[in-house]
Design a protein around this ligand. Structure first.
Ligand SMILES: Nc1ncnc2c1ncn2[C@@H]1O[C@H](COP(=O)(O)OP(=O)(O)OP(=O)(O)O)[C@@H](O)[C@H]1O
Length: 281
């Protein structure tokens, strides 16, 4: 699903909280960042999620992979507060979304940035919305430019930038207020292959610098495994967890990783689960 919005997070925090599940809340194991309990969602009377529980680990990159239409985007959009749950709840280390700083990177970078603002002003704007003073925003912007090693002119308008550059600005904007969790919905799917490889490595480098919990939806199994510490495989709807697969491949990963026998083995295991589990539902 493609979501297009320009100011998702401000809107998300003003939404009412979902109703709590009627059963007692059971916390996740040690190291859990996001605890989802009793999640329910239907579209047009057709259940997508029914009494769905999930624990997402802290300080890890989790990729979500599953068949078309199983609800990958809907899941992160509900947890990020962009669309309502029908029931259940999600807590961030015990806190509600309202008390949690999150970032979100949309698949459709063309509509994600504010077109009337220069790239740098898109980032400044997010920082000002998050309550930073003008001086703090400038300092943070400088820091981001250094850590992302930005070599193009951020004083350009989005339409003057390439797709990859726009998506890089979107990721910088999402990370600018130092979110506790970063959600990414197929962030590289609209980019060409060269730019996709570059952006994956950029994201990985940022993760290694910050340790921010990241939850990424991907259509591409190789990408899902390459980027993740853990891959969450989902079934067809009504959607369940098919499996969690650990990707115990050292970072930084590189093009050579793609041919590493252990990496290839993990990818094959994911594909096997996908093919075995998914059609049964
Ligand atoms: N607003 C909506 N109204 C009706 N149905 C919807 C809506 N949003 C999503 N759906 C349906 O819910 C299901 C899950 O959609 P979602 O986009 O979350 O799946 P996905 O796994 O991300 O899909 P894809 O792999 O195709 O990107 C799909 O069948 C979709 O058609």
């Amino acid at each position: 699903m493609t979501v297009t919005a320009t100011l998702p997070l401000a809107a998300a925090r003003s939404r009412p909280l979902p109703e709590s599940a009627s059963r007692p809340f059971v916390p996740g194991p040690h190291g859990t960042h996001i605890t989802i309990r009793g999640l329910r969602k239907s579209f047009a009377g057709q259940p997508l999620y029914e009494d769905f529980d999930l624990d997402i680990p802290k300080g890890r990159i989790v990729s979500i992979f599953g068949p078309n239409g199983c609800g990958k985007s809907t899941l992160i959009n509900m947890v990020a507060g962009l669309i309502p749950m029908d029931g259940g709840e999600a807590l961030f280390e015990g806190k509600t979304l309202r008390d949690t700083q999150i970032g979100y990177v949309f698949q459709n970078y063309r509509e994600a940035l504010l077109p009337w603002k220069r790239a740098a002003d898109n980032i400044r704007y997010a920082l000002r919305l998050a309550g930073r003073t003008r001086g703090q925003a400038e300092a943070r912007l400088d820091e981001l430019v250094r850590s992302f090693d930005v070599r193009f002119d951020l004083n350009r308008y989005p339409y003057e930038l390439s797709g990859g550059q726009q998506q890089l600005v979107s990721i910088m904007r999402a990370l600018a207020p130092e979110p506790e969790v970063l959600f990414l919905d197929e962030p590289f799917s609209a980019l060409d292959y060269e730019m996709t490889l570059f952006m994956r490595d950029k994201l990985q480098a940022i993760f290694q610098q910050t340790g921010t919990t990241m939850v990424l939806v991907s259509h591409d199994l190789e990408e899902a495994v390459y980027i993740a510490d853990r891959v969450l495989l989902l079934t067809r709807r009504p959607t369940r967890v098919a499996a969690w697969v650990d990707v115990d491949v050292p970072r930084p990963r590189s093009a050579a990783t793609l041919a590493d026998p252990h990496f290839v083995d993990i990818k094959a295991r994911c594909l096997d689960i996908f093919q075995r589990e998914v059609p049964r539902n």
